[in-house]
Design a protein around this ligand. Structure first.
Ligand SMILES: [Fe+2]
Length: 340
């Protein structure tokens, strides 16, 4: 009921109730993650969750601010407040804060009174890339937003967003699902096609500085169309991003990025976008709808996951030859010091 008088305010951002261990939280907090689409941030504050930390995102003119979702005065959620000219306004006493987090106005105080510099939100750095708002919770990161599409591709084409969905699994489990070849003909027979009885060869794996590349051949039957032999290239940027290319020698490449943002230990918000330089709206909507159907098919299976934590020791699960990508991915996660 009370915080004891002898308790100093906590300097740790990780909530005590978090399902992410302190060690894993510290490792993961050093990376940048997307928390919203840029075009969602308009004239109302938006709530987000990253690594169990509740955040508020708000806009002031061309600037976007990200901060802990609480007023430092009496702890009302700022996401329930309003966006005003110059920042965000708490619904309770009308305190206003700018995108840098500084308190700029207190309605009940003499307008001439100087507001202490310590009256500020716990705010976080913001980067805007690929149409997304990215942030990082650590004070010292040493990391940057993952490099996905080449800049020239992103400028040449339109980024096309798939419906953003919250998946009921960790970001790491979502990554493994996206990289998993053997499930395709079982879970996606109508959308991707493939014969469940066909042999699926393991992909070729290559380790890179920032991740892993998996290349695999597949016979796709997209939505019951004509079967086509394609090459899948998955470029993993650790810990949680994939730049995925479907190469069809006849019709060219189709690229999609998959970025599960770790909301909490067992939930992620998945941002996916394709890039298209063809500017044909019908093709866009069918590609995006198709990806959303595939996502829903995956969520339908993953909601039945009985071991939500991802084992970083191979002995907890059995493994198929085609799971070589899973081993490579888990090895790289271990190298970050996760799961210790
Ligand atoms: Fe799938």
């Amino acid at each position: 009921m009370f915080i004891p008088a002898s308790t100093k305010p906590s300097t740790s951002l990780r909530p005590h109730s978090s399902g992410i261990s302190e060690n894993d939280w510290t490792v993961l907090s050093r990376f940048w993650y997307p928390i919203a689409r840029e075009d969602e941030i308009g004239d109302t504050p938006v709530a987000a969750k990253l690594l169990d930390v509740d955040l508020v995102i708000f806009r002031s003119g061309d600037e976007i601010g990200v901060a802990l979702d609480r007023c430092p005065h009496r702890h009302i959620r700022l996401s329930a407040g309003t966006v005003v000219n110059g920042g965000i306004r708490c619904m309770y006493h009308g305190l206003e804060f700018n995108t840098a987090g500084q308190c700029t106005f207190v309605p009940s105080m003499d307008p001439g009174a100087k507001l202490p510099a310590s009256w500020r939100l716990t705010s976080f750095p913001v980067k805007r890339r690929y149409g997304l708002v990215w942030t990082c919770l650590a004070r010292e990161t040493g990391q940057d937003v993952p490099r996905l599409f080449r800049e020239e591709d992103a400028e040449a084409g339109k980024l096309l967003f798939v419906k953003v969905r919250t998946w009921p699994v960790s970001a790491a489990r979502q990554m493994e699902n996206f990289l998993d070849l053997a499930h395709l003909p079982h879970i996606h027979p109508g959308s991707l096609g493939g014969d469940p009885n066909n042999l699926i060869k393991p992909g070729e794996i290559e380790h890179t500085g920032d991740g892993i590349i998996q290349r695999a051949e597949y016979i796709e039957v997209p939505f019951g169309g004509t079967p086509r032999e394609v090459v899948f290239t998955y470029r993993v940027v650790l810990p949680f991003a994939i730049d995925f290319t479907v190469h069809d020698p006849n019709s060219g490449d189709q690229r999609t990025c998959n970025i599960p943002s770790p909301s909490s230990a067992y939930e992620c918000k998945v941002f996916q976008f394709s890039i298209d330089t063809r500017d044909i709206d019908d093709a866009h909507s069918s590609v995006l709808n198709g990806l959303d159907i595939i996502n829903q098919e995956d969520i339908g299976v993953l909601q039945h996951l009985a071991l939500p934590d991802l084992p970083l020791d191979a002995r907890h699960e059995i493994h198929l030859a085609v799971d070589n990508i899973t081993h490579a991915y888990r090895q790289r996660l271990r190298e970050f010091g996760l799961g210790q």
